[in-house]
Design a protein around this ligand. Sequence first.
Ligand SMILES: CCCCCCC[C@@H](O)CC(=O)SCCNC(=O)CCNC(=O)[C@H](O)C(C)(C)COP(=O)(O)OP(=O)(O)OC[C@H]1O[C@@H](n2cnc3c(N)ncnc32)[C@H](O)[C@@H]1OP(=O)(O)O
Length: 324
Amino acid sequence: MAARSGPPAAAVDPEAVLSHSFPEVSFAYDERDVALYALGVGACGADAIDEKELHLVYHRDGQPHIKALPTFASLFPFKNSNGLGIVDVPGLNFDASLLLHGQHYIEIYKPIPSRANVVNKTKIAGLHDKGKATILEIETTTHVKDSGEVLCMNRSTIYLRGAGGFSDPSRPYSYASYPTNQVSRISIPNSAPSAVYEDQTQQSQALLYRLSGDYNPLHSDPMVAQVAGFTRPILHGLSSLGFAIRAVIKSFCNGDPTAVKSIFGRFLLHVYPGETLVTEMWLQGQRVLYQTKVKERNRAVLSGYVLLKHIPSSLFDRKRWGRM
Ligand SMILES: CCCCCCC[C@@H](O)CC(=O)SCCNC(=O)CCNC(=O)[C@H](O)C(C)(C)COP(=O)(O)OP(=O)(O)OC[C@H]1O[C@@H](n2cnc3c(N)ncnc32)[C@H](O)[C@@H]1OP(=O)(O)O
């Protein structure tokens, strides 16, 4: 994504932003993309023959195709033109070097195939003036090109630091086209988590993850990271989300990536590649609440929930015995 030069002009014209329509975008992906993504979110990172994860990166001849993680779908919005497709939105002036990913929501309607020709339809789903920042929400629905079957929907919440203050502070502008309770910040239970999963990110994690399609230099260029206020390049929010959702799938779905219906995550703080992610999880009916902390700094960096299609029967016993 190219940064605009100079400070943002009086930042946002909501009418112009909301009337923008995005072009449809077609693209294809295959198993190589699916496997590369899985490595970028740590699959088999601790054990190259992990029986709950090898199917995410490899399949032997005669076996079914490798399986796509549900969060593989989070890459689809990055196929939109001009990076994220937001650089050219009229009436939206912002400094791209200050952009952060704030939240992400995914609905999965069909298991994500390991290869497909697909089409993105994108629209603006939200715009909020937070004074010091503007929040822009982009919704991308992806369907299979030939059949028209709808696969998934991504709603990306983008936090544009320094671009707010375009409305009356006593009645700040806020628009959303969806029920906001889908993505409200979750409260972490006081009880002990049902499961805890620890994962080590690699120093090269962001350099590997970017090859899946988010080439924002914030994650690779030390100078750009410094301008954005970080001591060094930070990990993509969607890579951290991928780590957390892998933890849920391993802990509650016996490694089956098709068991997930929807996913929500709020990025609370940046992660530096090389840090250790500890994901605590609480099973509440079909929902798994989670919170991911960076072990080295003991800070929460991500929290949210995963809605499962059903509670796997193997969990009934484990639930009875409490903590896994
Ligand atoms: C199409 C695909 C698009 C995807 C684009 C992504 C491109 C990627 O390359 C970019 C990345 O991956 S960046 C890395 C991942 N993200 C991060 O590391 C951000 C971590 N979070 C933060 O730093 C702070 O929460 C921060 C800075 C976000 C907010 O902190 P503060 O400024 O201190 O905010 P605060 O004063 O607490 O709150 C102000 C108002 O904003 C709301 N808010 C806060 N954090 C939010 C968040 N994470 N997401 C959404 N909204 C958020 C608050 O609720 C508050 O609003 P209100 O006053 O109405 O309650």
